[in-house]
Design a protein around this ligand. Structure first.
Ligand code: PEP
Ligand code: MN
Length: 334
């Protein structure tokens, strides 16, 4: 249920109403927009007297929110959420380019790629230290050492780092990471999501391989219900019957999610296609359909990459793509 307040309501009157609603055992999410203040009621609202609240002098209207996702619902928070990472903003008109290798492989590799993507204007750098691999015999990542190497590359370039967490028990290692990524395979690891709700750090939540948008939003809800509201959603392709591409990039998810939620939505054309030559067209299409950013795999030697070389761009290809994305954004924003 949401309670929309009249314009210019005194803070004291608003707080009285919030306290009274809290006394009824409800959680209250206050969204203070430029034009409107919206109170989102979280919990069992079946006994809440809508008519009584609607009759209060400071209340403009009261509406039921039928969707099961509340905190991430745009009805609760009509304005776009802007997630801030260091000086970088994502969402609400701010577009972020995140680039880097699938996996951190060595100091030389991560520093070289970080410097290259920084020179091409990237806002953040990615790199997996803990890798969720289909086969247990494949390279599993450099783990804690990988995170240390990412920090080193950050010190060299100033780029904030984005890296994936696979287990709650690894959380202490991520204390100095700028954005914690929850990969597609862990989108419904509810214990992990709950723990990430307790910290105050941006979370990049990727859509699961075979999950609906509603399930993605419910996973964001797990994080936000704990009080961590800095969530960035990522469309990275889903499983369909076609197998020419690694996954099927669901670009309609971008405008649909923008309708449903106030959270920023970015696109990963690398994992969505699995093919380096398809990354550019899909990245441009994502920029055209309202994505708030892109996360792209870049490797300085894709042929010898320990993971996902086939979908990795060379630094010069990334550079050209970044320029073209900026052109598309310019056209879309006209
Ligand atoms: C990744 O970004 O490194 C990754 C494993 O992606 P996804 O979880 O989308 O497969
Ligand atoms: Mn990868």
């Amino acid at each position: 249920m949401i309670v929309i307040l009249k314009n210019g309501v005194q803070r004291e009157k608003r707080d009285q109403l919030v306290d009274w609603l809290k006394e009824q055992g409800l959680g209250i999410h206050v969204s203070e927009g430029e034009f409107q203040t919206v109170l989102g009621l979280i919990g069992d609202v079946s006994n809440v007297d809508m008519e009584l609240i609607g009759s209060l002098g400071i209340v403009d209207s009261v509406k039921r929110v039928s969707e099961s996702f509340k905190c991430c619902n745009r009805k609760f928070h009509p304005e776009d959420t802007v997630v801030e990472v260091g000086g970088v903003k994502v969402g609400g008109g701010h577009f972020a380019m995140i680039a880097g290798p699938c996996s951190v492989e060595s100091e030389e590799q991560i520093v070289a790629v970080a410097k290259a993507v920084k020179a091409s204007g990237a806002d953040m750098m990615r790199g997996g230290a803990f890798k969720p691999r289909t086969s247990p015999y494949d390279f599993q990542g450099l783990k804690a050492t990988g995170i240390e190497l990412l920090k080193l590359a950050r010190a060299e370039t100033g780029l904030p780092i984005v890296t994936e967490i696979m287990s709650v028990s690894h959380l202490p290692l991520f204390e100095d990471v700028d954005v914690i990524q929850v990969g597609a395979r862990n989108m419904q690891n509810f214990d992990l999501l709950r723990e990430l709700g307790k910290i105050r750090k941006p979370i990049l939540l990727k859509r699961g391989l075979a999950n609906t948008l509603k399930e993605l939003l419910m996973s964001a809800e797990y994080i936000m219900a704990g009080g961590n509201e800095q969530v960035i959603l990522c469309e990275r392709g889903i499983r369909t019957f076609d197998d020419y591409t690694r996954n099927t990039l669901d670009l309609a998810a971008v405008p649909m999610l923008h309708e449903l939620t106030h959270l920023p939505v970015i696109v990963d054309p690398s994992h969505a296609t699995g093919i380096a030559r398809l990354v550019r067209p899909m990245a441009l299409a994502a920029a055209a359909c309202g994505s708030d950013g892109l996360i792209i795999e870049v490797h300085n030697d894709p042929l010898h990459a320990l993971c996902d070389g086939a979908q990795s761009l060379r630094p010069e290809e990334y550079d050209a793509l970044a320029r073209d994305v900026a052109v598309v954004r310019g056209v879309v924003n006209q």
